[in-house]
Design a protein around this ligand. Structure first.
Ligand code: EPU
Length: 433
């Protein structure tokens, strides 16, 4: 298992480019199941989760060729329609093949994803949405089996809100299934995340008829067939936010390039409240360094509000703020695994009932810590870069799921971070993502 060794306290300089969005790429690659034509997907980040998705697609009969940032796909004539446990347990987003498979083949069998360290992650909304389109759903032996009725899926009016609000991947699954259903589907309380819009735009480029993506009401007029996709995914807003926070916490005037600041307004507003100025251009952000910043309150909610996926990294910045900050986690109330590790570095954080209270301290000190999931690992990297002395982060395979060669890229802008390989194999299980 690999570890990261970070020598903290370095100032960063220069610019760092943002990769393509993991959470856009995962469902977008699954649309290769929905057409018999060859597809080409660009700006795909080289990540462990994308490798897992490619393996799932291969199992389902999609031939793939991965060259640089492009994945080309083609459906074979013979295929099976089962996404197996050994792959879906590694990455919960594997469930996003459910809607595309059902739409294209009239049936789909997908392993139930199982537990996740960031909290309970049910798929009831996915199933409710597909059932509303007429699918018969059965759960057996740890698998979801969905079968379209004889005449095919039929458009419907679907309320897709749950107790935590909208669901990104449920919206994706239902939108994909409805794209090839008969008639019109309306999804109410649809997720508004930019990744949902990217998927809708990609499907529309293939001949789908989807309007309203990015708003809580999406309307889908079913079509009979989809043609080839030639699509480039949007930049990763969470990676961009992570780099912005890395610049802020190390008091460094770095520029984050190739991002979409318009997807990051809640994040930028929180930084403004903390007294950190960020110069915004159309596709870049530059940090104006501050010696100290103010505490603030953050509540995570579905987009366009503050994203849960940037919460742990923001907690690292808050741990060095002047005053006491709070984070209320409304998407995954138990997603505070980074707190205990940051406390080992001198942070003062208490967590109870879905809320973290972070009393700012003057300095963090390097320590041995353990990464527990994707975003918690990113938070520890940021904290380690600001801490005095050395930080050793174990289990960094989590970070490889969502950040492409992060240590090499951070090193190029001045961070002192190295990967130490133990040579032992890694057994990755779903933990965030
Ligand atoms: N939920 C339900 N029922 C469902 C589905 C979701 O109750 O059927 C609940 C969840 O338990 C959660 C809330 O609804 O409380 C929102 O979950 P959502 O379904 O939106 O999450 P997701 O689609 O499974 C995606 C991202 C996550 C990100 C969430 C929230 C991908 C591949 N994953 O997951 O990304 O946290 O949306 O924005 O798009 C990450 O990248 O680190 C990550 C965890």
């Amino acid at each position: 298992m690999d570890t990261f060794l970070i020598k903290g306290g370095q100032r960063l300089s220069g610019s760092i480019a943002v990769s393509g969005s993991k959470n856009s790429a995962l469902p977008i690659l699954a649309v290769s199941l929905m057409t018999g034509e060859a597809c080409r997907f660009g700006n795909i980040p080289t990540l462990r989760d994308i490798q897992t998705q490619v393996k799932i697609l291969n199992t389902l009969g999609v031939e793939t060729q991965w060259t640089g940032r492009v994945i080309s796909t083609l459906m074979r004539d013979t295929y099976n329609s089962t996404a197996p446990y050994e792959l879906v347990k590694q990455m919960r987003a594997g469930v996003c093949v459910l809607g595309p498979l059902l739409a294209a083949r009239g049936e789909a069998t997908v392993s139930l994803p199982g537990g996740c360290v960031i909290g309970e992650r049910p798929i009831d909304l996915h199933l409710k949405g597909l059932e509303a389109l007429g699918a018969e759903i059965t759960l057996e032996h740890g698998y979801v089996h969905a079968k379209a009725p004889k005449g095919g899926l039929k458009g419907a009016e679907i309320y897709l809100g749950g107790k935590f609000g909208s669901s990104v991947l449920a919206t994706d699954n239902v939108m994909c299934a409805a794209a090839l259903a008969k008639g019109t589907t309306t999804i109410e309380c649809a997720a508004c995340e930019p990744e949902v819009v990217d998927l809708a735009d990609c499907l529309n480029s293939m001949g789908a008829k989807i309007t309203g993506a990015g708003s809580p009401r999406i309307t889908i007029q079913g079509v009979r067939k989809l043609k080839a996709a030639n699509w480039s995914v949007i930049p990763d807003r969470i990676e961009a936010a992570t780099f912005v926070l890395a610049g802020a916490i190390t008091r460094s005037p770095i520029t984050i390039t190739g991002c979409r600041p318009s997807h990051m307004l809640a994040m930028l507003d929180v930084l403004r409240q903390m007294g950190i100025h960020v110069e915004r251009k159309a596709t870049s952000l530059t940090i104006v360094p501050e010696q100290r910043w103010k505490a603030t309150e953050v509540v995570t909610l579905p987009h366009p509000a503050f994203p849960t996926d940037a919460q742990a990294q923001t907690m690292a910045l808050m741990s060095l703020a002047e005053g006491t900050s709070t984070i209320t986690e409304r998407i995954y109330p138990e997603r505070f695994m980074a707190a205990a590790e940051m406390k080992r570095m001198g942070a003062k954080i208490s967590v109870a009932n879905g809320q973290a209270i972070i009393q700012g301290v003057e300095k963090l000190s390097g320590a041995e810590v353990m990464a527990s999931d994707l975003r918690a690992s990113a938070a520890l990297v940021i904290a380690g870069m600001a801490a005095q002395g050395e930080t050793l982060i174990s289990r960094v395979y989590h970070i490889d799921r969502g950040y492409e060669r992060i240590e090499e890229r951070l090193r190029k802008i001045g961070a002192k971070i190295t990967r130490v390989s133990s040579g032992q194999p890694e057994q990755a299980l779903a933990a965030g993502g």
